[in-house]
Ligand binder design. Structure first.
Ligand code: SIN
Length: 545
């Protein structure tokens, strides 16, 4: 059965909801597809907050400088300027729409996070910032009659018309366990990141990178897929999820201690606990290896009253696991958190495939370079979600319907011979759609060989195994998962240096002379390099490596 709408948004996090609201203002019909509940997205779990230069002692130029410094030489300066400047406008609008950020005597409260030169992180209900933003955006979008939501609809692939433009999506309807097509004038990917590719992640199970895989299969360019950020402090307990312990905890004075009780971070970096995330993550791993013990986050310098008020969700979660934040240091370990790479876009969310747009973590706009500054991701989703929505409307006039629609499947896809599906280890429907054996093997390989520390031999081995796995007859969702894993590993093998979220033990230094470039991957082509992400502004020749 085939359905029809004006515009499709894939994903209901901050970027998708903001894009939907922007487009719906034109009166067009907008359909938001989401593969779980409407509220389930990476945004929902964002704790620390959203960075914005709104405090009295702050300036957009300082926010811009901090973002560029964190990006380790690969930020797109123009994209960063858009982010920090438009950020003020869109956050102010979000407040007008009813988002409640924490206040003291009526004034917005700003917290500190690593590598920010000012206290500029807004937060809600202490440590539930994303949840509050999603609440406010769903309330707004839900009140707009021409936005409809299709929950539990896992998108498998994009539909491409005879002119090569995106014309809709194919998704899996879990109720009837059959695929359906929806056609539209344009599609906005806002499907989030790919943390669930890794065995240990702070991300929910829905973060399987499908948007990246579908765009790649449809011929779009993907950029900077090697850059993955590992959050240093996830709760580290056997048989418990790697629950995020917000960076704001270190911003509020939290100290990392090794098994001997030593506050070790100053041995690794002058900024100690507030050093860039990649440095803190690797330092934790080294201390674990050196002491053969765990690393802990110590918040006991604060009163119970402060911790309960400032970090209510974290406090309660620790208590659930019989840990008392006010009395004892909490065991922590790094976990995959955010992917800086994604579907290459211009400054308006346009991808290299006509009528396909991308915003938020699925996209690579160049704002994060090789390492994202803490709490810039919600801001990016908001700003570039709105901009992508606007671009969809601006481009509407050039729309010409075309009939011969084909379905852009990943390589060697077969839709008739599925290997058996069952619930994932987590029991989630999303993981259930990915064959359990593929899921388990890929996640372990990604963690062990494509994780915090990489080497040529480890990456090569992971790629060889991915190829072997790919020889099995897999259905599209499993193949999408494998495709994103391969894109990350391939780019990580290609980049023979260390920079930001990519660390190669065999090339441990940053090499600006040869590698201050972005990796660009496109179906049926070798990896290429480009001086910039924004292809609209790019010089015509990109260097093949
Ligand atoms: C956190 O609360 O530590 C996460 C913030 C972020 O990843 O930007």
């Amino acid at each position: 059965m085939s359905l029809e709408t004006d515009y499709i948004i894939i994903g209901s996090g901050i970027a998708g909801l903001r894009a939907a609201i922007e487009i719906a203002a034109s009166g067009a019909r907008v359909t938001v597809l989401t593969k779980d509940r409407t509220s389930e997205s990476n945004t929902e779990y964002a704790q620390g907050g959203v960075a914005v230069a709104l405090s009295e002692d702050d300036e957009v130029a300082l926010h811009e400088d901090d973002t560029i410094a964190a990006g380790a030489g690969l930020c797109d300066a123009e994209a960063v300027r858009v982010l920090v400047e438009d950020g003020k406008k869109y956050i102010t609008e979000l407040i007008e729409w009813g988002t409640e950020f924490d206040r003291e005597e009526g004034h917005l409260m700003f917290t500190q996070e690593a590598a920010h030169s000012r206290r500029r992180i807004l937060h809600s209900h202490g440590d539930s910032t994303g949840k509050e933003i999603v609440r406010a955006l769903i309330a707004r979008a839900g009140a707009i009659r021409n936005i409809s939501f299709l929950a539990h609809a896992a998108t498998e692939s994009l539909l491409i018309d005879g002119s090569g433009a995106c014309a809709g999506v194919r998704y899996l309807d879990p109720l009837v366990r059959a695929t359906r097509d929806i056609t539209a004038r344009a599609v906005v990917l806002a499907s989030g990141g790919a943390g669930a590719l890794f065995l240990h992640t702070t991300n929910p199970n829905v973060a399987t990178g499908d948007g990246m895989a579908m765009a790649y299969a449809a011929g779009a360019e993907l950029a900077d897929m090697e850059f993955v950020q590992f959050h240093p402090t996830a709760l580290m307990l056997e048989n418990a999820p790697r629950f995020l312990l917000s960076e704001a905890m270190r911003g509020e004075g939290g100290i990392l201690r090794n098994a001997d009780g030593e506050a070790f971070m100053r041995r690794y970096h002058t900024a100690a606990e507030l050093a860039p995330r990649d440095i803190v993550s690797r330092s934790i791993v080294r201390e674990v290896e050196r002491t053969a013990g765990k690393v802990y986050l110590d918040m006991t310098m604060h009163s119970r009253q402060f911790l309960e008020r400032r970090f209510p969700k974290i406090y309660e979660t620790c208590r659930h696991f019989q840990l008392d934040l006010a009395r004892e240091p909490i065991p922590v370990s790094p976990a995959a958190h955010y992917i800086m790479g994604g579907v290459r876009t211009d400054l308006h969310g346009r991808t290299t495939v006509p009528r396909l747009y991308a915003a938020g973590e699925v996209a690579c706009t160049g704002v994060h370079g090789a390492n994202r500054l803490a709490s810039n991701s919600l801001l990016e989703g908001l700003v570039f979600g709105a901009r992508a929505g606007r671009a969809v409307l601006d481009d509407a006039e050039s729309y010409k319907p075309s009939k011969d629609t084909r379905y852009a499947a990943p390589d060697d896809d077969t839709t008739t011979n599925h290997i058996h599906h069952t619930s994932g280890a987590s029991g989630s429907t999303q993981h259930g759609e990915i064959a359990l054996a593929v899921l388990k093997r890929v996640r372990r390989l990604m963690w062990e060989r494509v994780g915090i520390t990489r080497t040529r031999s480890g990456l090569q081995r992971a790629l060889n195994e991915f190829e072997q796995i790919g020889h099995a007859r897999l259905r599209t969702v499993s193949r999408n998962f494998l495709s994103v894993a391969t894109l990350v590993a391939r780019a990580a093998l290609w980049r023979e240096e260390s920079r930001g979220g990519h660390f190669r033990d065999d090339f441990p230094h940053q090499d600006d002379e040869h590698w201050q470039v972005h990796s660009i991957q496109q179906r049926d082509a070798q990896i290429a390099s480009s001086a910039m992400i924004n292809f609209e502004a790019e010089s015509p020749v990109s260097v093949q490596r």
